[in-house]
Design a protein around this ligand. Structure first.
Ligand SMILES: [Zn+2]
Length: 287
């Protein structure tokens, strides 16, 4: 894994003795890590944003929330002093990643484009959420920005949403992938807003990108092998549930009986595997 250094951390060890406990906890809420030259992960609690330095300014993906975005702006300033913002982007329309763009852009005083996949527009308009402004620069399959450094935006089909956008920085081979894959973690609960069977194709298509490092929307960054493990997990899950349906098990029985011991060490395995089983069961049984 190619994580170069933590640029600044919310946890300042030397302050432990002098800060009251509440303040210490607040400081642990965020962390910015330089993943590769000029490519950063901004972690806010359990969510990750992603920003890229280019000669003309910074492209920042996923403001996360109004509160996070204010800190996000500060982290960009600390990592890249004097840089302006050239664009903001949404990995997908879900509010826990996309909220807060104006809190981010206002800190840079700029009216910059908001990039997203075109399918995000109707979803976001329907929310009527003033803190989740509608994207202003959209694409259908692929878009390339070249503000002195190439940054690519890819749509790999419907997966965890119908508008998931993968950001790829080819000169350092780093991708940003949110919610439809993660690093040794099972899927989120009952896989809400997932699209089957397109999800499986879309996940596999990630390997068409020549990335070496991948920053995820939650949890630690990974590499190609992490994505290959995700593909294998969902294939194994689908196979196990198919067998359960073929054997005449009910959804409750499948959720109770299916185990995938190879993944038992993964994050959320105990809590969410049965819920993943239920989601796949409903899809297969409903076909
Ligand atoms: Zn999501």
């Amino acid at each position: 894994m190619n994580v170069r250094r933590v640029v600044m951390s919310g946890l300042a060890t030397l302050c432990l003795l002098v800060l009251p406990a509440g303040e210490l906890l607040a400081q642990q809420d965020f962390e910015t890590t330089e993943i590769a030259e000029g490519v950063f992960q901004f972690r806010w609690r359990g969510h990750n944003g992603f920003f890229v330095d280019t000669p003309q300014g910074v492209i920042a993906i996923d403001p996360i929330s109004v509160e996070a975005a204010a800190q996000y702006a500060e982290e960009i300033r600390k990592a890249l002093p004097g840089k302006s913002l050239v664009a903001v982007g949404y990995s997908h329309d879900h509010a826990d990643h996309a909220t807060g763009a104006l809190a981010l852009t206002s800190e840079f005083g700029g009216n910059v484009p908001i990039i997203a996949h075109e399918n995000a527009i109707p979803k976001i308009m329907a929310t009527g959420n003033a803190d989740l402004p509608v994207p202003t620069l959209t694409f259908s399959d692929r878009m390339v920005m070249s503000p002195g450094r190439t940054v690519e935006f890819h749509y790999l089909g419907r997966n965890h949403s119908d508008n998931s956008m993968v950001v790829y920085v080819p000169d350092v081979k780093v991708a940003f992938v949110v919610d439809f894959a993660s690093n040794d973690r099972v899927g989120f609960r009952e896989l809400p807003d997932y699209h089957f069977p397109e999800f499986f194709t879309s996940l596999s298509r990630l390997l068409e990108l020549d990335f070496e490092t991948v920053v995820f929307g939650h949890g630690p960054a990974g590499d190609r092998a992490a994505v290959q493990r995700q593909i294998r997990y969902y294939d194994d899950l689908r196979t196990a549930v198919s067998h359960a349906v073929d054997e005449g098990l009910t959804e409750d029985q499948a959720a109770e009986r299916i185990s995938l011991p190879e993944y038992a060490s993964w994050s959320q395995y105990e809590a969410w595997l049965p819920l993943n089983v239920r989601a796949i069961y409903r899809w297969i049984a409903g076909q």
